[in-house]
Write a protein that binds this ligand. Structure first.
Ligand code: CA
Length: 221
């Protein structure tokens, strides 16, 4: 899942990037509102995190502009002070949630998971197909009762396919949600990672969870 962080405090932005990447998210950071708007329009993010006090365009305005551009991904605003007015304005400009600084990273992650659940059509806390289960909160993946170890990129790819169960995802779709803006490699990387995943979630169990749709992409169903 791919996240855009718009935050001008460089140390906080870097900490968020590192923390979210360690959790398996692909993360892009913008340090001002103008860049944030440009990135939001260019890539289909799964969640956008917006600071309010930003150079260029402030967070409220940016949130409104993102919605004006008909981008409907979940938005979480970071409010600097514990002010009811800020929070009300955040929600009124089209944000889905807000978090008051300073916040705990654990709470931020839980809120992000809640936003990701809300954006899907179904809202399970665990994602499943057949007897394969992925738990976004604990990062656990199980086939029946057998635990499967995945790298963070493999986990992220499986999470995307499960969140879009039944939908054929092209390599471009997958790269947009699993890799960040700095990725400039070949889209064949997707094939490579689907191969890694199959070796872990399917081959040992004689199952075929991920189907290749020739010329189109991949689907879990
Ligand atoms: Ca700020």
């Amino acid at each position: 899942m791919r996240i855009l962080v718009v935050e001008d405090e460089v140390r906080l932005a870097d900490a968020l990037r590192r923390g979210l990447q360690a959790e398996g998210f692909a993360v892009d950071v913008a340090n001002d509102g103008t860049t944030g708007l440009k990135l939001a329009k260019e890539s289909p993010y799964d969640v956008i995190i917006l600071d309010i006090m930003l150079p260029g365009i402030n967070g409220f305005k940016l949130c409104a502009l993102i919605r004006e551009a008909e981008i409907w991904c979940p938005i979480m605003m970071l409010t600097a002070k514990d002010g009811e007015l800020d929070e009300a304005e955040a929600l009124d400009t089209g944000a889905d949630d807000f978090l008051t600084k300073p916040f705990s990273f654990t709470v931020l992650l839980a809120r992000i998971r809640a936003l990701l659940r809300r954006s899907g059509t179904s809202r399970p806390t665990q994602l499943t197909v057949g007897d394969l289960t992925l738990d976004p909160a604990s990062h656990g993946v199980f086939r029946g009762s057998t635990s499967i170890e995945l790298t963070s990129r493999e986990f992220s790819l499986l999470e995307l396919l499960l969140r879009r169960k039944g939908e054929v995802l092209t390599k471009a779709d997958i790269i947009e949600h699993v890799w960040d803006y700095d990725f400039e490699g070949d889209s064949n990387i997707v094939e490579v990672y689907v191969g890694y995943l199959r070796k872990k979630i399917d081959q040992p169990f004689g199952t075929k969870t991920i189907r290749t749709i020739r010329g189109a992409g991949y689907v879990i169903s």
